[in-house]
Each structure stands twice: as C-alpha cells, then as structure tokens.
Design a protein around this ligand. Structure first.
Ligand SMILES: [Zn+2]
Length: 251
C-alpha cells in the first residue's frame, strides 16, 4: 500500500452503502482508478462537493492490491462544472467526454496528455467554447493519443493514395478512407464530402491551435457527427449512451 496524490476528473459516482460511494477517477498520473470514498454520502462529508461528476479535484488515495478498490482519503475541489445551469447541451457534452474516458481507457494506464486534453475540453465546455468543435477536438485528441486516429490520406484497406473526388468513402471498421476497390467488400461504409475529411484532419492535427481557427460549415455538421458517431461506436463496441443527447449539435 502506498499513499498517492494527483489531480483527477470525476468520471463516475456509484452509491456503495448508506454512507459511502465508489468513485471512478481519471487521474493525471495514474490513469483511471476506482476508489472507495467512505462517508461521502454523509451530510457532513469529508469530501464535500468534490465528488460530483465532471468535478476537477486534488485527491489523496491509498493504493490497494490489484483486485481491491483504492481508498480515497482526501478530495479537494479545484473546479466545479457550472455550465449545466445555463445550457444542458454543455452538460451532456461533458458527460460524453467522461463516458469516452470510462469506455476507452484501462485502469492504471496513465495518459497525462489525455488528461490535459480532457481538462482543456471540460474548461472550454464550461466556458464559451463552441460545443460541437470542443467535442470533436476531444474525440480527435483521444483517438490520436490512444492510437486510433483514422487514416485520411491513404486507403485504410490497401494503403494506396486516396482517390480524389467530391465524395469520399469512410469505413469505420477498416479505420479510415477507402479506395473504390476496397470499399466494395466493406460493410457499413459511409459516404461524406471531401470537405468533411479536410475538417476532421484539421481537428486531428497535433498542433494545439489549428482547430480553433477552423470554422465548421453548417452543412458539414450532420455528416461529421454521422461519421464520428459510427466510428466511436465501432471502437467501443456499442453506441455511446450520451450521443442520443447530442443530436442538437447537428442543427
Ligand atoms: Zn484500397
């Protein structure tokens, strides 16, 4: 057993007993952890409101052996997600971010850069960031940092340079754009305009600011969400629950 300190995002809270909760935290130094928060449900909880979903907090926890829950001993709130009061879409987008962190990261597998990207997105969503752009940027950061970024320039099937044209075939299962020959044998191929692929590439750029200079054309919004929803679902193995609440992003 060792005592650890880190910055964390609260990504799940489940009641455990009359007085305690089990929290899932995405931490900067240790990746995803599950921890027991004793007394968290008492009126005078030692954690106060630090354990709300999407809260950013500094935590102290005791690491247990591999199959036991860690024990949370301290959680100090650094930042609460406040945008829910003015805009539910921002809250749902934040929930979607934590759903992706829950579904696509493994316990005890640290990804400090992904933590920083998630934190930036949560701060943007809680502020004035354009919701569709913030969500797309986070998805792309997540895909890049976890090694799932789609192939844009070459066919994901045969590796040949992608065919130029006004419409491009994208295969979620193949993991990228497809040439005419490879597209024939693929299931679930999505056809999008070439401009959509160019927009997605800009959002996937490792440069921290190029996405902020990219305006998403209103006509591309539906195509972008259609492609991303399929792709994220194919990676996770099911459709993320929160996508149902993000439909308004395309209008
Ligand atoms: Zn091909």
């Amino acid at each position: 057993m060792s005592t650890e300190k880190t910055l964390a995002i609260v990504i799940r809270v489940v009641e455990f007993s009359e007085t305690s909760c089990v929290v899932t935290l995405f931490t900067r130094e240790f990746g995803k952890i599950g921890a027991l928060a004793k007394g968290a449900r008492r009126p005078k909880s030692p954690f106060e409101s630090a354990l709300d979903l999407l809260a950013i907090c500094r935590v102290v926890f005791i690491r247990k052996s591999s199959d036991a829950l860690d024990l949370l001993t301290e959680a100090r709130l650094e930042r609460r997600f406040r945008a829910a009061a003015r805009d539910l879409t921002r809250l749902y987008a934040g929930y979607y971010v934590v759903e992706l962190l829950r579904e696509m990261t493994d316990e005890g597998d640290p990804h400090p850069e992904l933590f920083d990207a998630a934190l930036e997105t949560i701060v943007d969503l809680d502020g004035e960031g354009e919701v569709l752009a913030c969500v797309l940027r986070f998805e792309m950061n997540l895909l890049r940092l976890l090694g799932h970024l789609p192939t844009w320039d070459a066919c994901a099937g045969c590796g040949q340079a992608a065919v130029e044209g006004p419409r491009v075939a994208f295969g979620p299962l193949a993991g990228g754009v497809l040439c005419g020959r490879c597209r024939a044998g693929q299931r679930q191929v999505i056809s999008v305009s070439a401009g959509v692929i160019r927009t997605l590439q800009r959002f996937a750029d490792a440069d921290p600011d190029s996405w902020r200079r990219t305006v998403i054309d209103r006509r591309q919004r539906g195509e972008i969400r259609g492609l991303m929803n399929h792709y994220m679902a194919s990676l996770i193995g099911k459709r993320p629950l929160l996508l149902a609440y993000l439909g308004s992003l395309t209008t």
